[in-house]
Design a protein around this ligand. Structure first.
Ligand code: CA
Length: 249
């Protein structure tokens, strides 16, 4: 199951606007991002990108630096920034000297150089959308390693191998508990509501069944918390749900 590309506890997929004139590249991005659960809109030039931006209200914008027509990626970035704090990633081709200082000055949050790996782009999209105030509270130090592991403080989760290391030692989790932990660490720093956790991990048949979720959380805590009676990693947000965070943050 692809990791859900949603904003916080909201059940709305993350919407990405891409301004890219190279069709084959835009297609590859669209396929790669859609597979991960993102909703993708493509504009072939700057003016179209700005018009689309106004109508679709994306969560993340990916701007190719060199666009045909009158507006470059930097121009589009500057225009969007005049009205919006949406996360923006600039995309540049190898050999095109991106002026990173200018990119950051006009308000880009990050930039990537073609060619790049889809996984790297997705990690960056997730990172900038988490930093954004629209994405809910600031993420608490979740990082993706080159190998695709998600690391939050002393917990490392490998989604592909389905392995978990806590404070350097591997722990074994049941399938549902692994799924639950993965969802929590992917959204580290954010509160996930009980309904979202139940729906994503247990299935919609369990909605309203609060006990099953609590049992899984309890087992998970017994495996990963230093002191399960006083959990620091998975904290309860009363009346709402749970939140994963590195202790001391
Ligand atoms: Ca281009």
């Amino acid at each position: 199951m692809p990791s859900p590309a949603t904003r916080g506890g909201e059940d709305r997929p993350t919407c990405v606007l891409i301004a890219e004139d190279e069709e084959s590249f835009a297609d590859a991005l669209t396929v790669g991002l859609s597979r991960e659960g993102f909703v993708v809109h493509v504009a072939g030039d700057g003016t179209t990108a700005l018009n689309l931006f106004g109508s679709i209200d994306p969560d993340v914008v990916l701007l190719d630096q060199m666009l045909p027509g009158g507006l470059s990626g930097l121009d589009v970035c500057r225009s969007i920034r005049a009205t919006s704090s949406v996360p923006i990633i600039m995309v540049t081709a190898k050999g095109e000297e991106i002026d990173t200082v200018v990119a950051l000055e006009v308000g880009a949050d990050d930039y990537v150089t073609k060619p790049f790996r889809m996984r790297e782009l997705i990690a960056r999209i997730r990172a900038v959308s988490r930093r954004s105030p629209r994405g809910g509270p600031e993420v608490e130090g979740a990082q993706r390693t080159e190998e695709g592991q998600i690391v939050v403080g002393e917990v490392a989760v490998d989604p592909d191998q389905r392995r978990v290391h806590v404070r350097g030692s591997e722990i074994r989790l049941r399938r549902k508990e692994f799924d639950l932990l993965l969802l929590l660490v992917e959204n580290a720093g954010r509160v996930l509501t009980r309904d979202v956790l139940i729906d994503r991990v247990l299935g919609s048949d369990y909605i309203g069944d609060t006990k099953t979720l609590d049992v899984h959380i309890k087992r998970l805590r017994s495996q990963i918390e230093r002191n399960p009676a006083e959990p620091e990693l998975i904290t309860t947000v009363r009346g709402v749900g749970y939140r994963f965070a590195a202790p001391g943050r």
